[in-house]
Design a protein around this ligand. Structure first.
Ligand SMILES: Cc1cc2nc3c(=O)[nH]c(=O)nc-3n(C[C@H](O)[C@H](O)[C@H](O)COP(=O)(O)OP(=O)(O)OC[C@H]3O[C@@H](n4cnc5c(N)ncnc54)[C@H](O)[C@@H]3O)c2cc1C
Length: 424
């Protein structure tokens, strides 16, 4: 009987376990999880903190007991894995306990990363990565004692935190060393418009300005910014970035860059060891490079692919491209493709009202799109970009065109979007 190990029970770990069980009804599956929660969806944590969903709403697959019974898992929870020995095929726990495996999935995700700031102990700041981070922030906000906040990191996570703080009447500043919001997803015009709308809602923007040091005052913190300005806040939330949880793997045994390098089968360089989700660097379709793509659907596909191959079936996943679909502060922002890719810029609609689309057309066709205020066209546009990247048909079907026109895109824009950039 095969002996499977899965380290980390988030999205990738759950889908990995489920797929192994689908393909091997009798195998022994041991799941190692550092906490005792059921797999949860991190993107729902801000809704929980905002009071929009109950605690149970964050667990898309049900309780740990139900999952464990349904998939016949051996669960080892509330304990951290310290080390993987890929040659000896053992998982070593922090207390020294050892477990052997035939096939192993590393699905340990990523952790919030924040540099040290002079004057601010790490535990004084708040983060938004794990369920425990969400509980800590919710408990703090439920006291009703916070009046002003500094959120560092103008990312999709940062904006969700800003939204919930602003809705609670907390005077909030959003800071980022990047000169504009969503630096990895938005085009400049779109970023400026989003910033205008956020400012209109009463949020103070400190872009192009990094937090440098903190001094305690009678009523909170004096936050010294790199441009010489000062932000006074009694709550500091750091949404600066993430680091993959790779320290359990030995780079002499398993190839690691920023994440664990995987092939299209989610196999690592070590025989019998697989990786999936935010901890892994798999295919990025536009650059054709290995990249960490920190998205829920990506972690799910990778977990399914890894689980199938571990259990003797064949599955492959050649990767994904950068995409974000986010609703916040009464607007929808959708960004598809690498926003650093250059080309001919075409637009449809007025940026300050209704549907606005900005597309960048490269030599081989569409390379990226920003959409403001219409998530209904996102599926069609994403699918179209995917086909272009895969080298397939570069034409929209009549039904797809109909959807885009019905939602307000001009036919002349659609024609340009289907074209290629003029190369002189
Ligand atoms: C606030 C927030 C908002 C987000 N919004 C979106 C969104 O809108 N759309 C989208 O697509 N994606 C979003 N994401 C990203 C998405 O949630 C992740 O890409 C996805 O959850 C990754 O799943 P994973 O299984 O790889 O990692 P995780 O869900 O992080 O699971 C990894 C698990 O491994 C455990 N673990 C780590 N180390 C060890 C160890 N040594 N021993 C035992 N266990 C260990 C961790 O405790 C964790 O439970 C968001 C993320 C956050 C934090």
């Amino acid at each position: 009987m095969a002996n499977y190990g899965i380290i980390g029970f988030g999205c990738a770990g759950y889908y990995g376990a489920r797929t192994i069980r689908e393909n091997d009804p009798d195998g022994n599956i041991t799941v190692f999880s550092e906490h005792s929660y059921a797999p949860y969806n991190p993107m729902l944590t801000t809704y929980y903190v905002a009071g929009k969903i109950p605690f149970e709403g964050m667990f898309p697959f049900g309780s740990l007991e139900k999952i464990s019974d349904g998939l016949k898992l051996n669960l080892i929870t509330g304990k951290k894995v310290a080390k993987v020995d890929a040659q000896a095929k053992t998982v070593v726990m922090e207390d020294g306990e050892k477990h052997t495996f035939d096939k192993l999935l590393i699905a340990t995700g990523a952790s919030a990363f924040a540099p040290k700031f002079e004057g601010l102990a790490p535990q004084e700041a708040f983060y938004m990565r794990t369920l425990d981070d969400a509980i800590k922030l919710k408990n703090a906000l439920d006291t009703g004692s916070y009046k002003s906040a500094l959120v560092v990191g103008a990312s999709m996570v940062g904006i969700k935190v800003v939204e919930l703080l602003n809705n609670k009447g907390i005077k909030t500043t959003l800071a980022d060393m990047a000169p504009r919001i969503f630096p990895l997803a938005a085009y400049e015009n779109v970023a400026k418009e989003i910033e205008r709308r956020i400012a209109e809602k009463g949020v103070n923007l400190a872009l192009g300005s990094a937090l440098q040091s903190v001094e305690k005052t009678d009523c909170g913190y004096k936050c010294n910014m790199s441009d010489g300005t000062v932000v006074n806040a009694d709550l500091i939330v750091l949404c600066i970035g993430t680091r993959t949880n790779v320290s359990i793997a030995d780079p002499a045994q398993i190839k690691i860059n920023r994440g664990i390098i995987v092939d299209d089968n989610m196999a690592t360089s070590a025989e019998g060891v697989y990786a999936a989700g935010d901890v892994s660097e798999g295919g990025e379709l536009q650059s054709k490079d290995k990249m960490i793509i920190g998205l829920w659907a990506n972690a799910a596909h990778q977990g399914i692919t890894a689980g199938a191959n571990m259990a003797g079936a064949t599955a492959s996943f050649d990767g994904n491209f950068m995409h974000n679909i986010t609703h916040f502060m009464d607007m929808d922002f959708i960004g598809f493709g690498d926003n650093r890719l250059k080309g001919q810029v075409v637009t449809s609609g007025h940026i300050d009202k209704g549907l606005y689309v900005e597309a960048v057309i490269g030599e081989n066709g569409l390379v990226g799109v920003n959409i403001l205020d219409n998530y209904r066209i996102s599926g069609t546009v994403k699918n179209y970009l995917y086909r272009i990247i895969e080298g397939g048909s570069a034409k929209l079907s009549p039904i797809q065109k109909g959807i885009l026109i019905k939602e307000g895109l001009r036919p002349s824009f659609i024609e340009k979007m289907e074209g290629k950039a003029d190369v002189k």
